[in-house]
Design a protein around this ligand. Structure first.
Ligand code: ASP
Length: 419
C-alpha cells in the first residue's frame, strides 16, 4: 500500500476517534488520545532531527554541482521572484474574499466578548512571544550568521541556508581531490538522511492518527458555530489559491498536469496537514521533488529549504483574512490604503513566520499593528485562536505546495525537469 494511502487511513481514523471522544463524552478515549500524543510529538522530533544535517548537506551537494555562480544567482532570483509574486497573489485573494464575505460582520458583540474572554490568557502569551521578535533591520542582518553552528543549534534556518549556499558555491569552485572529498562526504550524509527518513516514515500513519486524534478530541466544536464563516472563508481562500492560482502556474510555468502534480504530492500534503509544520515536512518535500516530480537535487535542495523558511502563501492569505475579520468585528474601517498596507505587511509577516505550528498567528501581530489595530492585539488574537489549529493545518499544505510549485517552475525554466 502506498505511503500516502496509509497516512490517509491514519488521518481519517484519527479524525473519527477524535470526534467520537469529543462529542460522545467518551472520557477514556479522550484521555487515551491525549496520553498517546507524545508518540506524535516523538515522531515530529525524529523527523525534525534530520532537518539540519539534511539541508546543510543537500544544499552543499546541490549548489556545488550548479557549476557557475551566475546560474546560482539566476535560480535564486527566479525563486525569490516567484515566492514574492505568489505571496502577494495569495494576500490579494484573501482581501477580495474578506471584502466579499465580510465574515466579521456576522458576529454579535456578546459572542465577540465571550470569545475574547475565553482565550485571553493564551492570546496574551502569543502576543508576548511576538513582541520578543526582532525588528525588520535585525531580521535582515540575522540572515548572515555570526556562527553557523549557533544558527544550527538554534534552528535558525535562514542563516544556515545562507552559510550552506556560500560554502556550496565555494566548493563548486574547487578542483580535484579536495572537491571530491567534501562532496563525497556531504552526499554520504544526504544518502544516510534518506535512509533515516525511510525508517521514520514507517511510523507516519500511526503518528498522524494520534496527532490528529488529540487535536480533534480537544477541539472546541461549540466555537465552530460562531467562527464558522471566518474559518470557511479562510479554507475556501486556501483551496482557491492552491487549486486555481497554483494549478495555473503549474500548468503554465512548470508545464505539468496539475492533477498529476497534486496526486504525486499527496503524501507531502497529508504530512503538512498532520504536522502543521513546513520545517518538519521539508525532508519529505525534498524527497518527493527529486523522486516523484523529477526536479534535480541541485535545484530542489536550494529552492525548497528557502521556501520552507520564507515562502508561506497559505499563511499570507490567512493573515489577510484574519486582520480583516478582526477589523470588521471591531468596526474599524479598512479603506484601500489600509488594505494596501496589509499587502505589504502580510508579505513581511509571512516571510518572517517560521515553519512551525502557530507561527502565523504570532507574526499576524505585525499586520494588526500596521493598520492601527495595535490596541486590539490580544483580544483580536483571542477571537480567532479557537479555530487556529485547524486553519494552521490547512495553510501549511498551501505553504509547502507553493514551495514545490516553485521548484518545478525553476527546474522547467532551466530545462531540467525530468517529466
Ligand atoms: N504552520 C505554518 C507552517 O509551518 C506556519 C503558520 O503558522 O502559518 O508552514
Amino acid at each position: 500500500m502506498p505511503l500516502h494511502v496509509k497516512i490517509l487511513i491514519g488521518l481519517v481514523a484519527g479524525i473519527a476517534a477524535g470526534v467520537v471522544a469529543n462529542l460522545t463524552g467518551a472520557e477514556w478515549l479522550r484521555a487515551a488520545l491525549v496520553a498517546l500524543e507524545p508518540v506524535g510529538t516523538a515522531f515530529i522530533r525524529l523527523i525534525t532531527m534530520v532537518v539540519i544535517p539534511l539541508i546543510v548537506s543537500s544544499i552543499i551537494v546541490g549548489v556545488s554541482s550548479l557549476g557557475d555562480l551566475k546560474r546560482l544567482g539566476r535560480i535564486g532570483g527566479k525563486a525569490v521572484g516567484y515566492y514574492l509574486f505568489t505571496t502577494v497573489a495569495a494576500i490579494v485573494l484573501g482581501l477580495l474574499l474578506a471584502n466579499l464575505v465580510r465574515p466579521g460582520s456576522r458576529i454579535d458583540a456578546a459572542t465577540r466578548d465571550a470569545l475574547a474572554e475565553q482565550f485571553s490568557s493564551e492570546a496574551a502569551a502569543q502576543s508576548q512571544r511576538a513582541h520578543e521578535a526582532p525588528a525588520l533591520k535585525d531580521t535582515l542582518l540575522n540572515i548572515i550568521p555570526r556562527n553557523p553552528v549557533r544558527a544550527a543549534a538554534d534552528f535558525e534556518l535562514l542563516p544556515l541556508i545562507f552559510f550552506s549556499v556560500v560554502f556550496g558555491a565555494a566548493i563548486g569552485q574547487l578542483r580535484g581531490d579536495s572537491q571530491r572529498a567534501v562532496i563525497g562526504f556531504f552526499s554520504g550524509i544526504t544518502d544516510a538522511a534518506a535512509v533515516v527518513i525511510g525508517w521514520i516514515m514507517l511510523l507516519a500513519p500511526y503518528a498522524v492518527f494520534v496527532l490528529i486524534g488529540a487535536v480533534v478530541a480537544r477541539f472546541g466544536f461549540d466555537l465552530l458555530g460562531s467562527l464558522l464563516v471566518y474559518a470557511v472563508t479562510v479554507l475556501v481562500g486556501l483551496a482557491l489559491h492552491q487549486f486555481v492560482t497554483l494549478a495555473l502556474l503549474i500548468r503554465l510555468l512548470a508545464r505539468l498536469d496539475p492533477r498529476e502534480f497534486f496526486r504525486r504530492t499527496a503524501a507531502v500534503q497529508l504530512f503538512a496537514f498532520s504536522t502543521s509544520s513546513s520545517n518538519a515536512t521539508l525532508p519529505l518535500s525534498l524527497e518527493t521533488a527529486e523522486h516523484k516530480l523529477g526536479i534535480p537535487k541541485s535545484i530542489a535542495s536550494f529552492v525548497l529549504p528557502l521556501g520552507a523558511t520564507v515562502n508561506m502563501n497559505g499563511t499570507a492569505l490567512y493573515q489577510a483574512i484574519a486582520v480583516m475579520f478582526i477589523a470588521q468585528i471591531y468596526g474599524a474601517p479598512m479603506d484601500l490604503a489600509a488594505q494596501l498596507t496589509i499587502v505589504v505587511t502580510a508579505t513581511l509577516a509571512a516571510i518572517g513566520a517560521a515553519g512551525v505550528p502557530a507561527a502565523g498567528i504570532i507574526t499576524l501581530i505585525i499586520v494588526l499593528e500596521s493598520v492601527g489595530l495595535g490596541g486590539r492585539i490580544e483580544s483580536g488574537i483571542a477571537l480567532i485562536l479557537g479555530v487556529d489549529r485547524i486553519l494552521d493545518m490547512a495553510r501549511t499544505i498551501v505553504n509547502v505546495i507553493g514551495d514545490l510549485t516553485c521548484a518545478a517552475f525553476v527546474a522547467r525554466s532551466e530545462g531540467e525537469l525530468a517529466n
